[in-house]
Design a protein. Structure first.
Length: 294
């Protein structure tokens, strides 16, 4: 599933085709994705101007001049294909294994006034779309329980420590909990923990002291999270599985992975003679160096 950097890459790629542009027509080739589309889905979008295109965690949010917001989630295999007037075509976000090119999986199509045709393609149909009134957005069930944005100003060591205080779960499990911090997934949690030299098996509660203040572990982890996310966004998102940039080109952050998918390779930490190991944790592969991640 795309993580925060991939979704941010898709957002930036869609902006030239969508932001400030009127939706001339919407075609829904089916009435459901992961969940049923609203019965007035097409009617509420047609003729509306996309006034802004934002992101919250792994969600894309298209603000409309009607006061509504189109909430979009890519799910496991969802992608957008943008065909610009004149024949140029690109897929916002690409992964290591190419996205489906079959038009039979183009479930929702947006025809824009600028000539762009934006198709949402999703073979597995785990993605979804929902129109929400802007005034009701904070109460939206998909969004209201989300934790802070890891790249936002409010996210700091004190906040993370407070969220993890008393938690008996592993540190990795806590970071994957979208209520603790929004947008992180398996790849970037592995990378951030490696950069902070913290074990994924460590108890989450150790990010806080007995008094509830942030520990030095939290103070190392927050900048590590920020660094890895910013680097991945700069690289255009990790090209894993199905993700493509809007330009259709592969992102190259996967070549900068320090630990993820490097089982059996020497640890890249200077002076460490350890070897990267993999184990299954909460149903997912965890990559780490037992020698320098404590």
């Amino acid at each position: 599933m795309p993580e925060l950097p991939e979704v941010e890459t898709v957002r930036r790629g869609l902006i030239p085709a969508m932001e400030g542009v009127r939706i001339a027509r919407v075609i829904a080739h089916r009435n459901d994705l992961r969940f049923p589309l609203q019965t007035d889905f097409v009617a509420r979008l047609g003729g509306r101007v996309v006034t802004g295109l934002g992101r919250r965690a792994k969600y894309l949010l298209a603000d409309l001049d009607s006061g509504d917001v189109l909430l979009m989630h890519l799910g496991m295999s969802g992608s957008f294909r943008v065909a610009m007037e004149g024949g140029q075509e690109a897929t916002p976000g690409v992964f290591h294994h190419p996205r489906s090119e079959s038009r039979t999986h183009d479930h929702v199509v947006f025809e824009m006034d600028n000539g762009a045709v934006i198709s949402f393609n999703d073979p597995r149909r785990f993605g979804y779309m929902k129109i929400v009134a802007r005034a009701d957005l904070e109460a939206e069930p998909f969004l209201k329980a989300l934790g802070p944005e890891p790249l936002g100003n409010e996210f700091d060591a004190a906040m993370l420590a407070q969220a993890c205080a008393g938690k008996a779960t592993s540190l990795k499990a806590a970071l994957l909990d979208q209520r603790v911090v929004a947008g992180l997934g398996n790849i970037y949690v592995c990378e951030a923990l490696y950069r902070a030299h913290l074990s994924p098996k460590r108890r989450a509660s150790t990010l806080a002291s007995r008094t509830g203040a942030q520990s030095e572990h939290a103070e190392r982890l927050v900048p590590a999270i920020r660094t890895v996310l910013n680097a991945a966004i700069e690289a255009g998102g990790s090209s894993l599985r199905d993700h493509r940039q809007t330009t259709g080109e592969l992102g190259y952050f996967q070549h900068s992975f320090q630990v993820y998918d490097r089982e059996g390779e020497p640890c890249r930490t200077r002076g460490c003679k350890g070897t990267v190991k993999r184990f299954t944790q909460n149903g997912r592969s965890t990559f780490w160096c037992p020698s320098c991640q404590k």
